[in-house]
Design a protein around this ligand. Sequence first.
Ligand SMILES: Cc1cc2nc3c(=O)[nH]c(=O)nc-3n(C[C@H](O)[C@H](O)[C@H](O)COP(=O)(O)OP(=O)(O)OC[C@H]3O[C@@H](n4cnc5c(N)ncnc54)[C@H](O)[C@@H]3O)c2cc1C
Length: 401
Amino acid sequence: MAQILVLGAGIAGMPAAYALKSQLGPKDDVTVVSDQDHFHFVPSNPWVAMGWRKRPDISIPLAPCLDARGIRFIGSGVQALQPEKNQVLLDNGETLSYDYLLIATGVEGNFDEMPGIARHAHSVLNIGQAENTHAAYEAFLKNPGPLVVGAMQGSSILGPVYEFAFMADADLKRRHLRDRVPITLITPEPWPGHLGLGAKNKSQEAFAAALANSNIKVLSNARTLSVEANTVSIAEVDASGREKQPQTIPFSFAVYWPAFRGIPAVRAASTLVNQQGLIEVDEFLRSPSHPNIFAAGICIAREIVDQTPLAVGTPSSVYSIQKEVNTVVANILAQMHGKPLASNTPQRAHWLSDMGKNGAAYLSEPHVPLRDINWLKQGRWVHIAKGEFERYFINKITHKA
Ligand SMILES: Cc1cc2nc3c(=O)[nH]c(=O)nc-3n(C[C@H](O)[C@H](O)[C@H](O)COP(=O)(O)OP(=O)(O)OC[C@H]3O[C@@H](n4cnc5c(N)ncnc54)[C@H](O)[C@@H]3O)c2cc1C
């Protein structure tokens, strides 16, 4: 009988736990540990911040879903990993032993790098932040002024940064406030729509046109120097990374995207992680130092795809994470039964970006021979498809097949 422990009950952890339980033998135990007692559909956080979704729309209680599938659930944060002992310590004082560990604890924003973000701007990385951002947005609507949407150098998953700017544009137009709110997007990308993927072609043209149509000013190659009350200081850099004259951008409301790092317990497990506390894995999504530890989701350390003057991280998406989940589940089973493991094929980007009343769908697939497929289409159907995808994923977590 094997003990499989899954840490984290998000986009990676829940589907992985379901698949493990259904494919393992009846005597094998699967336990899920999460600091939250609900699953949250993170991609809808920007909608929560806009007030287009409420917490209950995108949250599901974990215990009944896991219980119905014979999976044990422990609602406690992870305090420390002890890979040498095959044990995990929890905030509730329990110590859990495992034969196989799957880490899927996501990330946290590295606000220490730029404390002004937490003090003077808003974020949407988790549902609590998104709700606070919405409360601040409502207050801002009573006395509107310049709005800044920014991303730190070294940040990744920048699609939602654009989404937020486009959604704010659409929302403010609906409220007849747009002419009182200049919107500025500040990004470390060398050009808008780079997204950590490069491949300068269709996405650059389409993003530039969409931003211009929405009258959103963009500062790219922009290093954020500080975030103060009502101002952001930035310096654009040239192709060699040399800083130009610093500029100060005023704001009445700012949403900022910090760089990511692992959650504290994962960060502290020095034999498993890189400098940012993100988990190092091999081609099998397995820790090189501890072969019974696997990882899936945005807690994984990813190689930079395209070297840029300012660092831009490689994105993950729900789609690419589901591919990782399939690989990890197959490899845990293979390892248990002494069979060969399968390599994970990185799926760089399949994404639906909401733009308020329409949206942009893109596909970037650098692993297809003859270099990239780069495809981008815009239209109202993307806005609708994104809502349908949210419903599909939530149903997948809620209902037993
Ligand atoms: C704001 C935002 C918008 C995004 N939008 C999209 C999108 O539109 N499309 C797309 O394809 N991708 C999107 N992504 C990227 C990606 O799909 C999501 O980040 C996704 O949630 C990552 O899944 P995950 O399982 O790695 O992390 P999460 O879904 O965040 O799950 C992490 C889990 O770990 C738990 N946890 C955290 N700390 C602890 C602890 N100490 N102990 C125990 N458990 C813990 C959490 O409670 C949670 O259950 C977005 C990301 C963000 C941040």
